[in-house]
Design a protein around this ligand. Structure first.
Ligand SMILES: Nc1ncnc2c1ncn2[C@@H]1O[C@H](COP(=O)(O)OP(=O)(O)O)[C@@H](O)[C@H]1O
Ligand SMILES: [Mg+2]
Length: 309
């Protein structure tokens, strides 16, 4: 559905994306992850024909986004990072206008708009002025706009940015419901979002691709560090002793009444749980919690995208 080859974009000498190669198959829901400034929006603007590439090619359903942009755009719905909605139009009116603009035949516009309103739970806002809507509702109008011509592919640039937790949950739910028959490429820097919604993750950092795999494989193959937490009574010298266990990088402590909570940062793949147990027993600490936290996708993401690496 998407094929990107050696895609490069320079802005006045600054390389925003450099020789990107990736593809997205029909029906996949792919997370496009990267910190701010990584090049996500630039890539998406090229894929949606809003911006020409400096070099390389991108195709949507086999159509070149530059040379055959009309054919390519017909097959995709795009939610840009700043949804440019007309604030002085009513929701229904706006969507009808957008549908005709995108080539939905006149006799089908009503049905198409109705379906998009339904899908985005906007039925009761059809007559509201866009300018009077909350940010969450505006985002839904943006999604309805992306969907109104029933595209095979959806390209969503940070669809939950700036929303409150309830609105985020609703938009996520909505995006999940879109999956199945549609292909989705969704950019975000919110990791739990990706774990919930995406079958595959592409990590981009400083304009180059750092990883392209399932979340599961990323976790398996990256030596991201985990951590351990131990809460005990009577562990006055705990910090010093715990620091000496194998695979422990750093220990911090925090008092909680009679108890002390130790937080251990671990080397990749380290698991000093048994050693910590023995240490506690030997020193007669009264342990009320000992937990090891496995590395999360967030740890892998940090490892792949921290500083200059
Ligand atoms: N029109 C532009 N002119 C110059 N630099 C730009 C322009 N748009 C984006 N950039 C730069 O390109 C890099 C990638 O930006 P962007 O694709 O928006 O990243 P992301 O969406 O991942 O946050 C950033 O360093 C940004 O400052
Ligand atoms: Mg962006």
């Amino acid at each position: 559905m998407i094929q990107v080859e050696n895609l490069t974009k320079r802005y006045a000498g600054f390389t925003a994306i450099n020789q990107l190669n990736f593809s997205v198959a029909k029906g996949e829901v792919v997370g496009f992850l990267g910190p701010n400034g990584a090049g996500k929006s630039t890539t998406m603007k090229i894929l949606t024909s809003y911006l020409p590439a400096t070099s390389g090619t991108a195709r949507i359903a086999g159509f070149d986004v530059f040379g055959q942009s009309v054919e390519a755009r017909r097959r995709l719905g795009y939610l840009p990072e700043n949804t440019p909605l007309y604030t002085d139009m009513r929701v229904g009116e706006y969507l009808r206008y957008r549908a005709s603009l995108k080539g939905v035949p006149g006799r089908k516009v009503k049905q198409a708009v109705g379906d998009a309103l339904e899908l985005c739970s906007l039925r009761d806002r059809e007559r509201s002025m866009i300018g009077a809507l909350s940010k969450g509702y505006r985002q839904r109008v943006g999604l309805a706009d992306a969907l109104v011509h029933d595209p095979e592919l959806l390209i969503l640039d940070e669809p939950t940015i700036g929303l409150d937790p309830n609105q985020i949950r609703q938009v996520r739910e909505l995006i999940k419901n879109l999956g199945g028959k549609r292909t989705v490429l969704i950019s975000t820097h919110i990791l739990p979002e990706v774990e919930i919604m995406c079958s595959r993750v592409i990590v981009i950092h400083k304009g180059t691709i750092r990883a392209d795999d399932t979340a599961e494989n990323l976790l398996k193959n990256h030596r991201a560090a985990g951590s351990m937490r131990l809460e005990a009574k009577g562990a006055a010298n705990g910090r010093e002793l715990l620091s000496q266990l194998s695979g422990v990088k750093d220990v911090t402590e925090e008092k909680d009444g009679d108890y002390t909570a130790f937080q251990l940062k671990l080397d990749a793949n380290a698991d000093p749980t048994d050693e910590a147990m023995r240490l506690a027993t030997a020193n007669h600490w009264q342990v009320r919690e000992l937990t090891r936290r496995r590395p999360t996708l967030e740890d892998v993401f940090v490892e792949l995208t921290h500083s200059d690496s």
